[in-house]
Design a protein around this ligand. Structure first.
Ligand code: NG1
Ligand code: ZN
Length: 529
C-alpha cells in the first residue's frame, strides 16, 4: 500500500542532483541519461498517484529520448486512454522532479494528494518500458523503486517502442481495443494489413532504416507476422553497438539533413522505397532515389496528404460522404505546398508544436489525420464515426468493400499515438491501392525549399508566440522586422519560436528557391541572435 515513510526511505537512495532544474516539456523530461535517476524514481510515484486518481486504470511510463543522441534519455507518462499526459499534471511532474530533498519531496507529494484529491488507499497499475539506450536499465530500476514505494502494481513491458506502451495502456483499460499484450498489438495491426492488401498485386520490397534502435526489434517481429505479404529489408539494426543509436541514421537525421543515411548508400535501387524510423519508433520518414540519382524525401506532410486523400475517397466510395467529415491537423512546420494541397481538398487546422495539440485538434473531426512534418502522426476515428461505420448499410458491393477497408484501417492504425510501424503499413496499403510508386506519391505536390536552423540565445523564454506559433509578440518589434524582410522573398514564409525540448530558438524559412530559403533563414537567425 501507499506509504509516505516507504517513499522517504527509498527516496534517500535516489537523491536529486543539486545543480539541475528539470522541466516536463512536450516530450516529458529529457536530458543526459545519467541525470535522470531521481526524476524517474519520482515519476514512478506520480504514475501510481495518477492511476489512483483514475479509478485504478493503468498509467504508462516510457523511458526514452527518442531521436536524441544515445547518451540522452527521458521519461514520459501516458494517460489511461493511451494518450499524452493531461497538461494540468505536467506541472505536478515538474514540481515533484525539482523537490530538493526527501523531506521536500514528501511535502510535495502530500500537496498533490490534497489538491488533486487522491484516495491513496486505491490500487494503482503502472505499465512501463524502455528503449535500447545504455542508461535505460538503471533508470528502469529507479522507476521500479518508485512504483514499489507507492505500493503500485508495476508491469514491465521490457525493451519496446513508445507506441507499443501506448497500445498496452489503452488495451489494458478498454477491453474492446485489443488484447493487452505485444502479441495482441502485432496481430491486430498485421491482420488488418493483410485484409487491406488481399487480392492486390504483390508489393515490392521496402527497405527500413531502424536507426540502430528498438524499432529494429519491433520491425523484425512485424516482418515475421507479415510473412510474404510484404518483404521488409531491415537496415541499421545494431542495437547493441555503443554509439550507433540515431547516429547518422533514423527519421530525424533524414528529415533535418534532407539526405540518405550514408550507411544506406548503394542499398536502394532507383525508385525503390525506403523509410526511416526514429529511436523509439514513433516517427517515420519515407524516401527514394529517383532516376537521376537524386535523393527524394517523403516526410510527414507527404504521408498526411497521401493518407487523408485516400480516406476521403474511401468515405465517398462507401456512400458515407456528408456523414463522415475528414479533416487534417498540421503545425507551422508543415511545408506550404502540403497545406495548399490539403486545403483544396479538406479542412486543415494549424496548431502549436507538440503532439498533444495535434491530437486534441484531430479529435474535433469525425476522422482526424494529423502528422508533424518530422513524421510523427496518426489518424483518429471518433467514437461516433466508429458507430456510423458499424451501422452503415452499403447499397452496392463496391460500397461494402470500401466500408470494409475503412473498418480495417481503424484497426491497422494505432489511434493512441504516432506509430512508425503502423504508419509504415498504412502508407504501404495506400500505395498498393493507388498503384503508386514513390514517384507518383511524391508528385502529389512539390515541396517548397525550406531551412530549419537552431539559434542559441540567452533566454529562449523571451520569445513569445501567438497564432499557432506563426507570429512573435515578444521581443518587441522583432515580428515587424521579420515581416518586412520576408516580403523580399518569392513565396517566402518564416517564423521563429522557442523549442520545447532544447534550449534553443528555432527559425524556419521557406521560399520558392533553395538559395532564397537558406538566405531568409540565416538572415532571420541573425536578427534573433
Ligand atoms: P521542439 O523542440 O519544441 O521544436 C521537437 C519537434 C516537435 C516535436 C517535439 C517532441 C520540430 C521542429 N520540433 O519540438 O515537432 O516532435 O520535438 O519530440 O521538429
Ligand atoms: Zn520518437
Amino acid at each position: 500500500p501507499f506509504n509516505l515513510d516507504n517513499i522517504a526511505a527509498l527516496s534517500n537512495q535516489h537523491p536529486k542532483p543539486t545543480y539541475y532544474q528539470y522541466q516536463y516539456g512536450t516530450a516529458g523530461f529529457r536530458t543526459l541519461g545519467d541525470r535522470l535517476d531521481s526524476v524517474v524514481f519520482r515519476i514512478g510515484i506520480l504514475a501510481a498517484l495518477r492511476s489512483m486518481k483514475h479509478n485504478s486504470h493503468a498509467i504508462g511510463v516510457m523511458v526514452t529520448a527518442s531521436h536524441n543522441p544515445e547518451q540522452d534519455n527521458g521519461v514520459k507518462l501516458i494517460d489511461p486512454r493511451g494518450e499524452m499526459l493531461e497538461a494540468s499534471w505536467e506541472v505536478h511532474a515538474t514540481t515533484i522532479a525539482n523537490a530538493r530533498t526527501t523531506e521536500e519531496l514528501v511535502n510535495v507529494i502530500q500537496h498533490i494528494i490534497d489538491v488533486v484529491n487522491i484516495d491513496t488507499t486505491r490500487p494503482a497499475v503502472v505499465i512501463y518500458g524502455r528503449d535500447t539506450r545504455p542508461t535505460g536499465e538503471s533508470l528502469v530500476a529507479a522507476l521500479q523503486d518508485g512504483i514499489r514505494a507507492a505500493g503500485a502494481d508495476g508491469r514491465d513491458a521490457g525493451i519496446t517502442t513508445t507506441p507499443i506502451i501506448h497500445y498496452l495502456v489503452r488495451a489494458t483499460n478498454s477491453k474492446d481495443f485489443g488484447e493487452p499484450t505485444e502479441i495482441g498489438y502485432y496481430t491486430k495491426m498485421t491482420d488488418a494489413f493483410k485484409k487491406l492488401v488481399a487480392g492486390r498485386p504483390k508489393i515490392s520490397p521496402l527497405l527500413v532504416d531502424c536507426a540502430n534502435g528498438v524499432g529494429y526489434i519491433a520491425a523484425d517481429k512485424v516482418k515475421k507476422y507479415l510473412g510474404d505479404t510484404l518483404s521488409l529489408i531491415l537496415e541499421n539494426t545494431s542495437t547493441a553497438t555503443a554509439g550507433a543509436l540515431n547516429n547518422s541514421c533514423g527519421a530525424d537525421y533524414v528529415k533535418t539533413t534532407q539526405r540518405l543515411p550514408p550507411s544506406l548508400n548503394g542499398k536502394l535501387t532507383p525508385v525503390q522505397r525506403g523509410c526511416s524510423l526514429d529511436g523509439d519508433a514513433d516517427r517515420l520518414i519515407y524516401f527514394y532515389i529517383d532516376e537521376k540519382r537524386q535523393f527524394r524525401m517523403l516526410d510527414g506532410d507527404k504521408i498526411a496528404s497521401l493518407v487523408a486523400t485516400f480516406i476521403v475517397d474511401l468515405v465517398r466510395a462507401a456512400g458515407l460522404q456528408g456523414q463522415i467529415k475528414v479533416g487534417t491537423v498540421q503545425t507551422a512546420y508543415a511545408n506550404g505546398s502540403s497545406t495548399k494541397f490539403l486545403a483544396q481538398r479538406l479542412p486543415v487546422k494549424c496548431v502549436p508544436t507538440g503532439v498533444k495539440y495535434l491530437h486534441h485538434a484531430a479529435e474535433s473531426f469525425d476522422v482526424g489525420v494529423y502528422f508533424e512534418a518530422n513524421g510523427h502522426g496518426t489518424v483518429l476515428f471518433s467514437r461516433n464515426t466508429q458507430e456510423t461505420l458499424e451501422k452503415h448499410e452499403p447499397k452496392t458491393p463496391a460500397q461494402q468493400t470500401a466500408l470494409n477497408h475503412i473498418i480495417n484501417l481503424t484497426k491497422l492504425i494505432n489511434q493512441t499515438v504516432g506509430d512508425a510501424l503502423s504508419d509504415m503499413l498504412l502508407v504501404e496499403v495506400v500505395l498498393a491501392h493507388r498503384s503508386y510508386t514513390g514517384v507518383e506519391w511524391d508528385s502529389l505536390y512539390t515541396d517548397l525549399p525550406n531551412r530549419l536552423v537552431k539559434v542559441v540565445v540567452n533566454d529562449r523564454n523571451a520569445f513569445v508566440t501567438t497564432d499557432a506559433e506563426r507570429r512573435l509578440v515578444s521581443p518587441p518589434l522583432l515580428q515587424q522586422r521579420i515581416d518586412e524582410l520576408v516580403l523580399k522573398y518569392d513565396g517566402g514564409r518564416t517564423f521563429v519560436r522557442p523549442s520545447g525540448t532544447e534550449d534553443v530558438v528555432r527559425v524556419y524559412a521557406e521560399a520558392s528557391t533553395r538559395v532564397q530559403a537558406d538566405d531568409l533563414a540565416y538572415r532571420i537567425a541573425g536578427m534573433v541572435y
